[in-house]
Design a protein around this ligand. Structure first.
Ligand code: SF4
Length: 115
């Protein structure tokens, strides 16, 4: 049975249809084909969140995955983030968790915290 998806690769947001033979229609560029196939076989997402921070300026440090992770492990990664507490100073793009859950993906800071 065909599935309908909205491509999120760029702001154009093409309405895609993918059938059981992985034929994709509705895409305005080839990236939509890859997106639709990945989305029905192994959907992935970049995860943005925060971790506890000890500093004079902020209570939470914003973090992001260094690459996309499987959508079905996002809640498990969130649990790992809840266990973490870091102290200032923190550099921009500093690794906060290396190889989270053996995915090969790092959790990195998206903000510099001086103190
Ligand atoms: S199919 Fe191409 S043009 Fe359409 S939303 Fe996806 S990336 Fe953008």
């Amino acid at each position: 049975m065909a599935q309908n998806l909205i491509c999120i690769v760029c702001p154009r947001g093409c309405h895609l249809t993918i059938d059981e033979n992985k034929n994709v229609s509705g895409n305005s560029c080839p990236r939509g084909v890859n997106y639709a196939i990945n989305e029905i076989t192994c959907p992935k997402r970049i995860l943005t969140s925060t971790v506890k921070l000890v500093s004079k300026s902020l209570a939470r440090l914003p973090v992001i995955t260094s690459e996309e992770i499987d959508k079905n492990i996002i809640f498990d990664v969130m649990k790992e983030l809840n266990k973490v507490e870091v102290k200032a100073p923190i550099k921009m793009h500093e690794i906060i968790i290396k190889n989270v859950l053996n995915t090969g993906v790092n959790i990195i800071s998206t903000r510099e915290i001086i103190e």
